[in-house]
Design a protein around this ligand. Structure first.
Ligand SMILES: Nc1nc2c(ncn2[C@@H]2O[C@H](COP(=O)(O)OP(=O)(O)O)[C@@H](O)[C@H]2O)c(=O)[nH]1
Ligand SMILES: [Mg+2]
Length: 254
């Protein structure tokens, strides 16, 4: 796998100073979404490369990816033995980007909630930033078709996280982001406690402590149309508990 992307990497070294971008997509049972998504990403960012991090999806997402990668050198798949959470999958993608010396790593979900049409704006924002956040809560951003209760819950979790961790970004929980790899390489990944959904807030907090410049670019988040959500109540509650613990560290140094 890595050999394929490494070859593409060295080809790109000869293309000048354009930032080398790795798009990472964590997948668990996303066969209905991934083929269309990969095509849509290459349509807007033909120079980017894509790494899928698949947790042995029973629907064969990982095997599809391997087959596809044989003819598409810009695509590769990292296989993990079982479902280990979105946070650790995202870290695996970041480590890969560091090891393979990409300039930017851009994370997105596989279910089209994060539409590839926003990728160019995220990459442009990186000219002034170390982290570009695809944001639902900055001017021009939003969510499509969410009932009031869900909007309120999302607002409450964001406010809770911002207060706990002292973050200034308005969207701290979204997973559609681009990071400067040189900054990630300074991060102590072993210190990250989140395995699931609080990962997004935790990494922003840790990067803010390293002096990261953060910029938000608007996205409209749309619910998935195919397949099922993998989040469950247990993971959501665990995330709130972790944010509380990190908040104690943030404000009291405990
Ligand atoms: N590799 C991996 N991917 C995951 C895991 N859980 C969720 N995902 C992926 O993370 C993204 C977001 O998950 P999703 O179920 O859409 O969460 P929701 O949008 O919060 O409902 C999707 O691309 C999922 O396939 C996991 O345990 N491992
Ligand atoms: Mg989703």
């Amino acid at each position: 796998m890595s050999a394929t992307l490494a070859e593409t990497e060295s080809n790109r070294m000869t293309e000048g100073d354009l930032p080398r971008t790795l798009v990472t997509i964590a997948t668990y049972n996303e066969l209905e979404n991934l083929p269309g998504l990969v095509e849509a990403i290459f349509a807007v960012a033909p120079r980017a490369e894509i790494l899928v991090i698949d947790d042995n999806s029973p629907d064969g997402t990982g095997s599809w990816c391997d087959r596809q990668a044989k003819d598409e050198p810009r695509l590769a798949c990292l296989h993990r033995s079982g479902k280990q959470g979105l946070g650790t999958a995202t870290i695996a993608g970041m480590r890969y980007a560091i090891e393979h010396r990409y300039d930017y790593v851009l994370n997105m979900d596989a279910d089209f909630s994060h539409h590839p049409r926003y990728i160019p704006a995220l990459l442009d924002a990186m000219e002034q930033a170390d982290v570009a956040i695809g944001s639902r809560y900055c001017p021009g951003g939003g969510v499509r078709d969410w009932p009031f209760q869900r909007r309120f819950m999302s607002w409450a979790v964001n406010t809770y996280a911002r207060l706990m961790l002292g973050l200034s970004a308005r969207d701290t929980s979204g997973a559609f982001r681009c990071y400067r790899v040189s900054l990630l390489s300074k991060l102590d990944f072993a210190a990250i406690v989140s395995r699931g959904y609080s990962f997004q807030e935790e990494i922003l907090w840790r990067l803010a402590r390293l002096g990261a410049r953060m910029v938000e670019t608007p996205i409209v988040f749309a619910d998935r149309e195919r397949g099922q959500s993998k989040i469950n109540r247990h993971e959501a509650l665990a995330a709130l508990r972790i944010l509380f613990r990190l908040g104690l560290t943030n404000w009291l140094g405990i």
